[in-house]
Design a protein around this ligand. Sequence first.
Ligand SMILES: *Cc1c(COP(=O)(O)O)cnc(C)c1O
Length: 413
Amino acid sequence: MNYKNLKEEDKQVYEIIEKEKIRRYNTLEMIPSENHTSPAVLEALSSILNDKYAEGYPKKRYYGGNEHIDEIEELCQKRARDLFGVPYVNVQGYSGSPANHAVYMATVNPGDKVMGMDLMSGGHLTHGWKVNFSGKYYDSVFYGVDEDTHLIDYEKVREIAQREKPKLILCGATAYPRVIDFKKFAEIADEVGAYLCADISHISGLVVSGAHLSPIPYVDVVTTTTHKTLRGPRGALIMVTDKGLKKDKKLGEKINKAVFPGLQGGPHEHTIAGIAVCLKKAAEPQFSDYGKQIVKNCKVLSEELIALGFNLVSGGTDNHLIVVDLRNKGISGSNAQSILEKSNIIVNKNTVPFDTASPFNPSGIRLGTPALTTRNMKEEEMKIVASLISLALEGEDVKNKVTSLCEKFPLWN
Ligand SMILES: *Cc1c(COP(=O)(O)O)cnc(C)c1O
């Protein structure tokens, strides 16, 4: 990126961005919800589309001058519908959390019962957690994972659903290393007459690559962030499937109304342009290889970590992320996070299922391979990364080794 004007007009901000650029260059970004966005997406994000107010939807705006804004939003919608194979999409959600909020608003009323995966098992705050809107304004109940296998126990999910009769069920997770069986969730939701929303924020890039089962044939609504494995701007898509429209032919309109005027004002059209760019990229055959490589890399990383004596939640991974239970290593999640950070390896502390430690200092770390795969790293590098993680946690300073690995896999901006 050319920051010529910024450099002239605001050196302070410019220099902070430059420092962040250098940090990014020289670190292994292993937080599984993060990625490196392409220059084309960043250019769209910094475009003049930022300046326009466009409350409403294409051809039904509350402001004039929106002919090209309509064009960009319709293009983005079309690319999303084509890529995911859905009849309906809203591309205006500011991010994943407001997108999920819109689904609640469109499908249930405040006080209604909703069911999601609990945070400790890998669920997201917006799936009913008590400090979040979803737990404050809705009557939330939870399912989790099995204590021994760390897998979702679908029979338990069925039992809870039949007992609690939720009106909306959310599936999808933020720290679950295994495949989610959307078909089983759909059977359960159908049995109790609940709406089913799949939140594929973490795995949407894998879904479009064919590296994870797609929820589209089974669920009513799908939400996803666009900045995780999909590699786009911070934003969200809310999609209604054929099944969802069959259940309620007005569901699409209800989602639209929930987003605007229900929750948001003017859409961020520069973000929508960036999402359009990332969706074009995600439809190319190379992206399918990319998604599959993320999973292959993660598999190798998990096998190497196991060989080095680490305990992985559920014993491994099927997707882009790993949760390491550090209790056998006598080190806490936050200590591990900061030790690794000193060696330029960036992960995040995370609870493990049935964690007895506090969420501020949980027993595990969560790490993944999307951003390393974006840098073009492959299986061989994953073996090196696993050994660097292990050495760092044993007290060795591996920063120089990390930076020289990073130099071999440069970033473009
Ligand atoms: C990241 C994530 C979100 C929220 O996205 P934000 O953009 O951070 O609001 C919602 N659900 C899941 C499962 C996520 O992983």
